[in-house]
Structure formats: C-alpha cells, structure tokens
Write a protein that binds this ligand. Structure first.
Ligand code: GRF
Length: 236
C-alpha cells in the first residue's frame, strides 16, 4: 500500500469526531495516519483523549497572538512542522482566514452537522426541528473561503423522529458523523475524492448498480404503529 497520508486534526472541544478518526487510523490499512491534534483551547477535552492514544498535541490559543492572521500563521507553521498532507477540522470553532484557507485548499476538510447546503452555521439541530424536516444528517466537505460552503465529499442521513428533542436528534446525527468522517477522510487520503475546479471529483469507484432504486424515507412507513384491531379484521 502507498504511504498513509499524514493528517492533523484541528479541534476546539469534545473531540468525539477526532476520536473516531484516530480509531479508524489505528488500523494500519487505513489510508490516513493521524500525526497530531491542534486545539485553539487549552481546556479542550479532546486533547487528553488524543494524548492518551499517543498522538502529539499542541495548543495554539488565539489569546497568545495579536491578530487573527498571526494566529492562523502559528497554526500553519505547526502543520508544516508536522509534515501534514491533510487537515481535518473536527469541531474547530474558529473561522480560518482567506490566506490560510487558500494555502490548504483541496487538502482541508470539515464535518458539519447538517445535510448541506441546508442549515449552514450553528444550532443546526434546533433549526432542523423548527423547520419540520423529516430527514437530517451530516456532511463532510472541502473547506473553501465561504463557511460551510465547500464541495461536498460525503453525507449521511438520519430520520427526524416524532417527538425528537434537540439533544436526541444531535445524538443520532453524531453517531452518523462518527461513521461518515472516517469514510470521507479515507476517500480523500486514497485520492478517490479530490477537489477540482471548485467541485468534488469522485473517482475509482462507482455506486453499486443494485442501489438504483434505493430510497431513504422518514417517517418510515414500515415502522407505522401496528393497529391490531385493523389487522384482526383483515386477517383470515
Ligand atoms: C460536531 O457535531 C461537528 O459536526 C461540528 O462540531 C461538533 C464537534 O463535536 N462541526 P466533537 O468535538 O467532534 O465531539
């Protein structure tokens, strides 16, 4: 197998997606290797998790730099010192400047907790519930200058259930995120998903022809509450 792509994960907090990427990369057949984790917050819970798994960590706080550009520059220098090939944002809560984004264009990806281009920005689950959508999910995309706007690499859909609270929906989406992000990073690391002319080109694989009639439905008609009386009336 060709060399695994050196990947650094940028976080600001919990780090559950980072943990999913580290777990996937602990398999030596996985095409990316997590060589470091950078956080802009010293108290990010993900830092301890990464360190416990033997991954190098670095805190680069905004407060230690006089400008946003200087902060971005420090992150860039750290990435270069890690010999990075792919940057994976996982709950990194700062908007990166144009210069930084342009430098890493096509090599930096992000996970967003909604089916883009719907619900860019924050509070995606509450907004999804308010909008009354029946199918929600998450997206991994290349990072471009506009927030949550880059070419889509992969998406996963989950149903919005009757009576869902924001937390219930967030938990269902998060589980899907933990499966989707390793898949998407793997595609990028293998060169099966790449950014070209402002779009994602998916190459070297085809969707299974058997899926031509597949459909994701919510509410799922098969899971309708069974009306036993009705069933008794029609059952011979
Ligand atoms: C995730 O929902 C991710 O989609 C969003 O921020 C959250 C980060 O969670 N960008 P975690 O730090 O990966 O647990």
């Amino acid at each position: 197998m060709s060399a695994r792509k050196r990947t650094v994960v940028l976080i600001s907090g919990r780090g559950s997606n980072m943990t999913a990427l580290i777990a996937a990369a602990s398999n030596l057949d996985y095409p990316a290797e997590i060589v470091g984790v950078i956080s802009d917050r010293a108290n990010a819970a993900g830092l301890g998790i990464a360190a416990a798994r033997g991954i190098a960590t670095k805190v680069i706080s905004r407060a230690d730099y006089t400008s946003k550009e200087a902060h971005d520059g420090a992150i860039d220098a750290a990435l270069v010192s890690f010999g990075v090939e792919i940057v994976a944002l996982a709950g990194y809560m700062r908007i990166l400047g144009a210069r930084f984004v342009e430098k890493w264009l096509g090599r930096m990806i992000n996970i967003h907790p909604a089916l883009l281009p719907a619900f860019k920005g924050l509070d995606t689950h509450a907004r999804a519930i308010r909008a009354g959508i029946r199918i929600h999910g998450c997206t991994v995309h290349f990072v471009t200058l506009d927030m949550d706007d880059g070419p889509i690499i992969a998406q996963a859909a989950v149903p919005v259930m009757v009576g869902d609270s924001e937390d219930m929906l967030a938990a269902r989406v998060l589980k899907a995120e933990h499966r989707l992000y390793p898949l998407a990073l793997g595609l990028v690391a293998e060169g099966k998903a790449r950014m070209e002319g402002g779009r994602t080109v998916l190459a070297h694989f085809a969707d299974d022809a058997d899926n031509s009639s597949s459909v994701v439905m919510a509410p799922d008609p098969l899971r309708e509450e069974t009306d036993l009386e009705h069933l008794a009336r029609i059952t011979p």
